[in-house]
Design a protein around this ligand. Structure first.
Ligand code: HEM
Length: 188
């Protein structure tokens, strides 16, 4: 994956535990030179090693690191580095998710070697939809859940995500039912 992903993991770990924790994560993951260039490609395996080592430092399961990483990706990485692209994605969660299938087509313009996920929206209701997720990689489903959570926070709505079709159960892809409602004033 592009170095920006590894840099975002660094940002998450440093924000939660400080720079020394990131040094330990790199050492554990066997990274010799812990400087990642955003628009250079690195192996997926390296990214998974960093996530695994971060799980040890944060003392949470790998799936929880991926979920937190999804939230962080939306609220920090994308919002701060790619604000215009995010703004163009939509003004509400529903609009953003309707546009999600074509979202990475614009990202590819900046990152030509991108191997993006494929999203398809089916069964669209007023505040609810079914989202099909296909990937070249296995194991990033909790990242998707975190991304959806982060998008909910971005648009100020409460999101619930149900994982209804699982690749782990032998399906060719994953499907999520995503439902949302306005966040009540005063609730966090
Ligand atoms: C401006 C915002 C965004 C940028 C710049 C971006 C960029 C990227 C990059 C560089 C990767 C790594 C893939 C590779 O290097 O081959 C990636 C992966 C991914 N992105 Fe995005 N992305 C953005 C927003 C989103 C959003 C809003 C979603 C969904 C809600 C999303 C879902 C994913 C997923 C699930 C992956 C993991 C790859 C996989 O499943 O195979 N991204 N993205």
């Amino acid at each position: 994956m592009y170095g920006m992903v590894n840099r975002a993991i660094e940002d998450l770990v440093t924000e939660q535990l400080g720079p020394e924790a990131w040094d330990r994560v790199c050492a554990l993951a066997g990274v010799q030179t812990p400087v990642f260039v955003s628009n250079e490609s690195y192996s997926d395996e390296l990214t998974f090693r960093l996530v695994g080592a971060a799980a040890g430092e944060l003392d949470v399961p790998v799936d929880e690191v991926l979920r937190r990483f999804g939230v962080h990706w939306i609220l920090r990485t994308a919002a701060e580095g790619y604000g215009e692209l995010m703004d163009a994605g939509g003004k509400t969660l529903g609009e953003f998710l309707d546009n999600l299938p074509t979202f990475h087509a614009r990202v590819v313009l900046a990152f030509p070697d991108l191997k993006p996920p494929e999203f398809t929206v089916t069964e669209r209701g007023e505040n609810r939809l079914r989202l099909r997720y296909e990937s070249h990689r296995e194991g990033l489903q909790p990242f998707v859940v975190g991304l959806l959570d982060g998008l909910g926070r971005r648009f100020g709505v409460d999101v619930s995500t149900e994982h209804v079709v699982r690749r782990g159960d032998g399906a060719s892809h994953d499907e999520f039912v995503v439902a949302w409602r306005d966040r009540k004033a005063g609730s966090s």
